[in-house]
Design a protein around this ligand. Sequence first.
Ligand code: ADP
Ligand code: ADP
Length: 229
Amino acid sequence: EAVVRFEDVHFAYVPERPILRGISFTVPAGRTVAIVGPSGAGKSTLSRLLFRFYEPQAGRITVDGQDIAGVQQESLRAAIGMVPQDTVLFNDTIGYNIRYGRWEASEAELREAATLAQIDRFIAALPEGYDTPVGERGLKLSGGEKQRVAIARTILKGPPILVLDEATSALDSFTEREIQDALDRVSRGRTTLVIAHRLSTVVGADEIIVLDQGRIAERGTHLALLAQG
Ligand code: ADP
Ligand code: ADP
């Protein structure tokens, strides 16, 4: 049972400028919560606190009921899989890139993770920039495809909790749709916190939390938020 809870969390990088001013929410086991809000609202700060890069000045964060203030960063990293916004690919096949960090994974497990993230058709391909033989060209992956490689890599490690920082780059509607599908598939049944940059990619989240100026301005399902205007 992987449950993440923020309880009245206050945080400031510098005392004179509070970033989070009493944030409370729960990601229930197996559910998906999306955090949205304007740039600078404090969305990424939430995930930095969850990994203990910083400590809240007030309130607390718990994982499975345990205050993370007493948990080693190492253990948090093992329990929480982070899919970063920008992924730098190693100069090797997409399959190698997915396997990175879990070399013992079987071919079947690799394929399963890649399929879930909808990047399986590229497993054998080399990303652009690879030192390919003369006449051959590496594959130029879009931002969305790179993020799906990162999603597959995280899925393969199998952490009970997933934190996904959505790509910020401008995406065409087809790519957006593909990311939404990949998100739907990987988050199903997993405790997932999505730092969302587009409301359209998290329409199915169990709860959407709108951050504004350090406070929760609105919360609810996509439909409920739409109804509220
Ligand atoms: P978001 O992810 O919603 O765009 P962030 O959580 O990255 O926002 O940042 C929230 C605010 O905190 C921004 O105004 C940002 O400039 C500020 N900030 C982020 N990191 C630092 C830091 N290390 N020191 C001081 N201020 C920071
Ligand atoms: P269920 O058991 O009904 O699938 P979930 O909580 O896993 O319960 O998901 C509820 C709905 O939200 C599902 O349709 C799922 O696909 C969708 N969903 C979950 N996470 C996301 C996400 N990050 N982005 C978009 N849709 C999501």
